[in-house]
Design a protein around this ligand. Structure first.
Ligand code: SF4
Length: 287
């Protein structure tokens, strides 16, 4: 009879036809995707029983968990607890601008500035932008270099200056100078993605929308409420399962919560008001 395995001792048996090198490359790719969003996606079996799942919970906080995951029986309670705590946290800057300005054009343009930019920088840059280009007519006429200097140092300020002028020209030419209140129409504007479109529709027009940024994506995955790889997938999952009464509030709450306690790396779980509901999926290190 032929030997069952003629490979030298210590050789790894390929799984599903993959070589060990290909499997390692695949694992590294998945790990890089998870790290980008602060999320380690695991299967339900891993979360509940495997040693890998258990290792993801910090020893200091594991014993405090009393619920398996956040679901539609508990999501209202969890968001209610965060809502009660939120007044002591800083609100997201675009929310503050929307509340103060009550102008969809300013909500849209400040949201563009906020992408990949800290809130403190966005707040100051938005004020300078509104001073020289606070209406569609003034934005369409402003010099691109002057606008870029006004919004510096927001991320990609030169690209954003060009983009803001292009968006405004389209709003004037196609929408009569009014920011559209419809997600699909907003998505036709150059450089406007789902996050911005949902934020504008939800905040400026108070119409049903779920704005999913990196905080909403990361935290709802840590809770086990969704199991997704990208913010776009999270938006679709939330649209399918999150009760409509929570759609508009979830972004504000989780952005402030993510900036204050549930940080991408080393969240402050020991201070977290919803710790008893959270299985901390993907959390490797916490405080
Ligand atoms: S801070 Fe910790 S316990 Fe609280 S939601 Fe985030 S990961 Fe869960």
């Amino acid at each position: 009879m032929a030997p069952r395995d003629e490979r030298p001792r210590g050789t790894v048996r390929p799984v599903s036809g993959r070589t060990p090198a290909a499997a390692a490359r695949a694992r590294a790719k998945v790990a890089a995707e998870r790290a980008e969003h602060g999320v380690a996606e695991v299967s339900p079996a891993e979360r509940t029983s495997s040693s890998a799942g258990r290792a993801r919970r910090s020893a200091a906080t594991r014993d405090a968990i009393t619920e398996p995951a956040v679901d539609n029986r508990s999501i209202g309670r969890v968001l209610g607890i965060l809502k009660a705590a939120a007044p002591s946290w800083n609100a997201p800057v675009v929310t503050l601008i929307n509340t103060h300005e009550r102008d969809p054009f300013r909500t849209l343009t400040s949201c563009i500035l906020s992408l990949r930019t800290k809130d403190e920088v966005t707040a100051v840059a938005s004020r300078r932008m509104f001073a020289i280009a606070g209406t569609p007519e003034r934005m369409a006429a402003v010099d691109e270099g002057e606008l870029a200097r006004a919004i510096y140092p927001v991320g990609f300020y030169r690209t954003k200056a060009k983009q803001l002028i292009g968006i405004t020209q389209q709003i004037l030419a196609r929408f009569g100078g009014k920011v559209p209140d419809d997600i699909d129409a907003l998505l036709t504007l150059p450089g406007v993605g789902r996050k911005t479109a949902n934020l504008v529709v939800g905040q400026a027009f108070a119409k049903p929308a779920i704005c999913v940024d990196t905080h909403v994506h990361r935290i709802t995955n840590r809770w086990g409420y969704v199991h997704t790889r990208t913010p776009e997938q999270t938006e679709l999952a939330l649209r399918a399962q999150l009760p409509a009464k929570h759609w508009l509030e979830i972004n504000d709450l989780l952005v402030a919560f993510g900036q204050t306690l549930c940080h991408p790396t080393s969240p402050k779980c020991s201070l977290c008001p919803v710790a008893r509901y959270c299985p901390r999926i993907g959390v490797v290190r916490s405080r």
